[in-house]
Design a protein. Structure first.
Length: 460
């Protein structure tokens, strides 16, 4: 659990300002790096189209195709992500390291195989009017991305941030470079370059697993045995990823806010770009998220449960419990404070950024409300992460259900209310969810000793 925490504490061991800055910078790069690389790759393609390196229509078709692939594969593969990460963490805790690799391969066979089963009829019947090569590339990318999310989330759970960041950087650099070389082939060339980059990403992530978790077995399906996969985590993974994309889907498929791009795929010119730009503002929040959760909270968490398991004194257990509660609350509120400051800065410099990218200043109000929503999403991630540490899976399911329901309903309502209400569905749904999460977290942290000693695992 504490791999990344050791490195962060090492950077801060001199207890000076430089060490603090280095630690927070490192945490921000590691935590938000893959997201930022992905978003910057999309923005860079748009920038190149402005300078006539690629035709704008071609970039629009490519970005829309890739966005749908990412959204669909995250939702489709999301059902496995958290549950399998928990299974792997349990195997590592039980020192059964040789069971990680073969079971990962088993899950990839199921997840990627089922993705092909879904993608083939979708490509044949939904994408009529598009070329055969385009459909084949979309099918291959959907299956490949489904596998990537499974491995990436598992490695995140095991704190292999370096491998994830390096793989994402190499993959998107390769996709961009090859895409420039294949310009004469248009959309097919760009999609092939993206496929090549994602293949490199998949190989890099798998290499980290093969290196750190060698096994004499290649394929196993132990994770499917009774009691190995938690239904609550299966539901949480599916609901969370669906909730993240719910507002985007509403705007894509509402005729008044979208337009056809290619085949059945639609995009919302008024909604998509501001929210993707807003996600760049999460870097400070992700930095604090990693620093607080992976150092102070995890340290007290480990000591508390070691004291419980190994018969520590009552005073020691209480002290560690108090430290865990304090660090959890402080961490969440530090995320909120830092993101609030980031939001103010984004409000000030946002118009200049949009103008430099050639984006109309009419997007400024939507950009601002999306920045608020992105910051609240980081706070929600922090709350969910603490619930996962405490094994309060029912709380996590409840939170993501609230987020999904509100995001879908309020975003749909905003499309009827008009332009000035766009984005409020996303941000207000997150605000309500975070407030509920804070109330639940406060209650559970005060009762953590009772829940640890008195409640059976299946009641959680």
């Amino acid at each position: 659990m504490a791999g990344i925490g050791f490195e962060l504490r090492k950077l801060m061991r001199h207890n000076d300002y430089l060490g603090v800055v280095r630690a927070y910078s490192y945490a921000g790069i590691i935590g938000a790096g893959p997201w930022v690389i992905s978003i910057l790759g999309v923005i860079l393609l748009g920038f190149l189209s402005m300078h006539h390196v690629f035709p704008p229509r071609l970039i629009n078709e490519f970005q829309t195709s890739v966005t749908y692939l990412i959204a669909a594969s995250l939702i489709f593969g999301g059902v496995w992500q958290l549950a399998f990460t928990r299974y792997v963490a349990d195997r590592v805790f039980a020192r059964e390291h040789d069971r990680v690799l073969p079971n990962l391969n088993g899950l990839l066979v199921i997840a990627m195989g089922s993705a092909v089963v879904v993608a083939v009829p979708a490509g044949l019947f939904l994408f009529t009017g598009t070329g055969l090569v385009y459909r084949l590339l979309m099918m291959a990318l959907f299956s490949l991305l489904t596998g990537i999310w499974v491995v990436a989330v598992m490695l995140t759970g095991l704190k292999h941030y370096h491998a994830i960041l390096a793989s994402f950087a190499a993959a998107y650099a390769t996709a961009l470079g090859v895409g420039l070389l294949l310009r004469p082939y248009g959309l097919i060339g760009l999609l092939f370059a993206f496929l090549l980059g994602q293949g490199l990403l998949f190989a890099g992530l798998l290499a980290a697993v093969y290196r750190d978790y060698p096994s004499p077995d290649f394929l196993a399906f132990d994770f499917l045995k009774r009691g190995r996969m938690y239904p609550s985590l299966l539901a949480c993974g599916l609901l969370y990823n669906t909730a993240i994309w719910a507002d985007k889907g509403v705007f894509w498929f509402t005729p008044a806010t979208s337009q056809e791009v290619i085949g059945p795929l639609r995009a919302s010119a008024v909604y998509d770009l501001p929210i993707f730009l807003a996600y760049l503002s999460i870097i400070p929040g992700m930095s604090v998220f990693l620093m607080r959760v992976e150092t102070d909270f995890v340290d007290y968490y480990n000591r508390f449960y070691e004291g419980v398991r190994e018969g520590g004194s009552l005073s020691y257990i209480r002290n560690m419990r108090n430290g865990m509660v304090t660090s959890a609350k402080t961490g969440i509120f530090d995320i909120i404070k830092v993101q609030s400051l980031t939001t103010i800065i984004a409000f000030v410099i946002g118009p200049a950024i949009l103008k430099s990218l050639g984006i109309s200043l009419l997007y400024v109000p939507l950009f601002k409300i999306d920045v608020v929503g992105a910051g609240l999403q980081v706070a929600l991630m922090g709350i969910l992460n603490i619930f996962f540490y405490l094994d309060r899976r029912s709380r996590a399911v409840g939170l993501v259900t609230i987020f999904l329901t509100l995001n879908l309903a309020l975003s749909l309502a905003s499309t009827y209310l008009g332009l000035y209400y766009y984005g409020y569905g996303f941000s207000v749904s997150l605000l309500v969810t975070v407030l509920v999460g804070l109330a639940w977290l406060d209650h559970d942290m005060e009762a953590v000793e009772y829940q640890t000693f008195m409640l059976q695992p299946w009641t959680r």
